[in-house]
Ligand binder design. Structure first.
Ligand SMILES: Cc1cc2nc3c(=O)[nH]c(=O)nc-3n(C[C@H](O)[C@H](O)[C@H](O)COP(=O)(O)OP(=O)(O)OC[C@H]3O[C@@H](n4cnc5c(N)ncnc54)[C@H](O)[C@@H]3O)c2cc1C
Length: 405
């Protein structure tokens, strides 16, 4: 590994100011490494609705000094509950109280995506070694040996020691590094909406993360913003759409797809007049997402379906791991990026694969559904938590000091 003195004088360029890009800037700053974040949107902000955060993400917030600001804005639910959306019966619940916190040392939380993004953005703004540039869409990245040159669509040039592509599912940087074309639509459509709690039927105002599993459909609801709002996410199978997201959904199609669900589910769907639609896409896992001084992070590296609620979580884990490896390599970014992807690809690949499996599980019909319900309802809480340990438990490669070892 080459050792370079004064390497912390040179900035790293981060393409994309979403949750992953800002977490990367912050994690690098905690190691004394300056960065320039470049965002194509006119403002640094998140759209969308709620997001779930497992204890594995709180472990990263601890490393980034963000436990307190995130906790102030989050809701800590009492249970993860799965209901059968045809019979209306409860299938299983996992309490998130003391036993859960004892096992994983951190809580499970629900937060508005915009609030999490704001916490990261505020922390970045407080750092004097993070620069933030909006309204610049990166179109060109060149590794010229001694460093990196990045150009935006409007002709603005940036120079840095290395580049991190945190530019999401439709990543431009990925097409320079991996060159594997567009992500693949999963054939699943998501409609999302946020409802004021006053409009949520009183009997469903649970302080829980509730998933109604159906046949080729499911509905999720949970409280946000200290209980002021409810997040609703409805998913159904459809090959009608090719790509795209954040357009308005067609409620008629939604109601057709959920026609076989029980009355409470249909009542909840009827509460929303305007839904935003996402056509879900992912990619198969890969193990090599770096080339020299260019690497990828978050959805750009390993986009996944949302069924384990871990895409943002994985991007935050990536950020911490990458910054640790950069510090351990003393500015030899090519070596640091190889060490980072080596430490991450099996974990993120497992989450990508298991997210697809969970999708099948939530949408099961016939014998598969019967087996799912029997299996989950007969499981003890201790067994359920043991089954989550791979995801929520401590990861050796993410503990402080792991990179140096
Ligand atoms: C329905 C749904 C529910 C989800 N629920 C959860 C959940 O509960 N928990 C969880 O952890 N995850 C969840 N996720 C996943 C999570 O939203 C993503 O994994 C996460 O946002 C990825 O963050 P990112 O920073 O890698 O990418 P993004 O959030 O996509 O950010 C990329 C940024 O890069 C910018 N950009 C793109 N191209 C360029 C360019 N050329 N130049 C400059 N800027 C550029 C974009 O404008 C954007 O700001 C969910 C996803 C969906 C669809």
């Amino acid at each position: 590994m080459r050792r370079m003195s004064g390497w912390k004088d040179e900035q790293v360029i981060i393409v994309g100011g979403g949750i992953g890009g800002l977490a990367a800037a912050l994690a690098l700053a905690r190691q004394g490494v300056p960065s320039q974040v470049i965002e194509q949107a006119p403002e640094f902000k998140e759209i969308g609705a709620g997001i779930q955060l497992g204890p594995n993400v709180f472990r990263m917030f601890e490393r980034l000094g963000l436990i307190e600001p995130v906790s102030t804005l989050a809701v800590f639910p009492n249970n993860l509950i799965m209901m059968d959306s045809v019979t209306g019966e409860e299938i299983t619940r996992i309490p998130l109280g003391d036993a859960f916190r004892r096992q994983f040392h951190h809580p499970y939380a629900l937060i508005h995506r915009a609030d999490l993004h704001k916490v990261l953005l505020e922390a970045c703004r407080q750092s004097n070694i993070i620069k933030l540039d909006a309204s610049q869409k990166v179109v060109k990245v060149d590794d010229f040996g001694g460093g990196i040159a990045v150009r935006s669509e409007s002709g603005k040039d940036y120079r840095g020691a290395a580049v991190i592509g945190a530019d999401g599912l439709w990543s431009t940087v990925r097409q320079i590094v991996v060159r594997d074309g567009a992500p693949k639509p999963a054939g699943h459509i998501t409609y999302r909406a946020v409802l004021p709690t006053s409009e949520m039927p009183e009997q469903w105002r649970w302080r829980d993360m509730v998933l109604w599993a159906g046949e080729k459909v499911h509905l999720v609801h949970y409280p946000l913003r200290t209980g002021e709002l409810f997040n609703l996410v409805a998913v159904f199978h459809s090959n009608r759409y090719e790509e795209g997201w954040d357009t308005y959904g067609d409620p008629t199609e939604l109601h057709e797809r959920f026609a076989k669900t029980c009355e409470p589910v249909r009542t909840l769907l009827n509460k929303i007049e305007s839904w935003r639609m996402w056509v879900l896409c992912d990619r198969p896992p890969i193990k090599d997402w770096s080339r020299g001084r260019i690497t990828l992070l978050g959805d750009a590296a390993h986009p996944m379906l949302q069924y384990l609620a871990q895409g943002a979580g994985m991007s935050i884990e990536d950020a911490v791991c990458l910054a640790d490896r950069a510090a351990a390599a003393n500015g030899d970014y090519a070596a640091a990026f190889l060490a980072y992807q080596q430490a991450r690809y099996l974990r993120t690949g497992r989450v990508q694969i298991m997210a697809r499996v969970y999708g099948e599980f939530y949408h099961a019909a016939g014998v598969a559904k019967e087996l799912r319900n029997i299996m989950l309802s007969s499981r003890s809480t201790a067994d359920a938590m043991a089954g989550m340990a791979w995801l929520y438990g401590e990861q050796k490669e993410l503990s402080s000091g792991a990179a140096a070892a």
